[in-house]
Design a binder for this molecule. Sequence first.
Ligand code: PMP
Length: 412
Amino acid sequence: MHKVAMSRVDWSALREDFPILRERVNGHPLIYFDNAASSQKPSAVLNVVRSYYEHENANVHRGLHALSARATEHYEKSRHRVADFIGATSADEIVFTRGTTESINLVAQAWGGRFLHAGDVILLTEMEHHSNLVPWQLLSERIGAQLRFVPVHDDGTLALEKLSSLLTPEVKMFAFTHVSNSLGTINPVVDLCQKARGVGAVTLVDAAQSIGHMPLNVQELGCDFLAFSGHKMCAPTGIGVLYARSEILKSIPPWHGGGEMITSVTLEKSSFKQPPHRFEAGTPNIAGAIGLAAAIDYIEGIGRAQIFQHDVDFATYALKRMAEVPGLRVLGTAQERGGVISFVMDAAHPHDLTTFADRYGLALRGGHHCNQPLMRRFGVTGTSRASFYFYNTREEIDRTIDILQKAVGFFK
Ligand code: PMP
């Protein structure tokens, strides 16, 4: 990716957009380094959600009254905004879900349940979040499919040299993460999708950690499915997206049944709407979808290339400073990496270290990060993880290093 001119973004001014960053925790200013788990929300998003409830709130697609029309229009406009944001060819390729997890479960159960059979192979990687592993385990147990895994090298990159022996014609689905939520590794999505296409496999990209952090266009990536969550990109919790190429989406049978997804129902049988509505049974998260569109406006106002460059520069600075802390080891040293750093310290167990950090207002994450197989691969039960977003400052890194240095003394 090209180096982007950073001068036009006033990062410290952006920080003011996030009211929660003014919180104090245990008597200290909050340092929020748990962005890979969930990002904070700017006032622009909070205001849009509030305004929706104050001026438009009603159920969508049903009512013939003014508020329902307003809510429906705003909800559907948000779908167009998402389509535009990820380069989908049409808003009909965008299904609103609760998040990445639900999106992947939809694909595994509805698409996989219809198109995969005993003996078919689902190829995953050793670095998948449990959300992109367990749904495939459940499916394969049900239908007798097999799971295969691309191993991970010590540096946190995928063992791509093994791909030709793993990505065989029996592979019907290759599902992998864009950015590792534990190691920060950025995977070569374009290349992986191209290779999968070569053997006729369908691809699913887990974009939970990339969507709010870098330019992303589904047509350039060449994927068939893409899943992400709003809450990691400045939007509310409980809203996410499944993108699927229109031709594939149209072939998938209904998943959840209920209101909103039918065209007619008799006591015995129902017929169903076209996608995406076929996959949105029940009252959707209307405010969430509207908040997601507001988050997209906010992020595009900054520039995704600028945010990515900020992540990269920030991680480089953090890694440099972390090397000063005695007994600290970083997992994964990939060249292509985002703003996620997992580390272990000789001084303390990740849980103890994370609890210690919290005393100083530093929010890290300690544990397996829903990556138990990857942790096992690296011979640890868990790590401490610092994950950054564009509102973090270098001064926060410097304070973090002081806290980690204190921990070395404290746990001696
Ligand atoms: N995949 C990855 C790579 C993630 O980091 C996460 C969230 N930690 C998920 C999937 C699951 O996202 P959600 O909990 O929002 O469904």
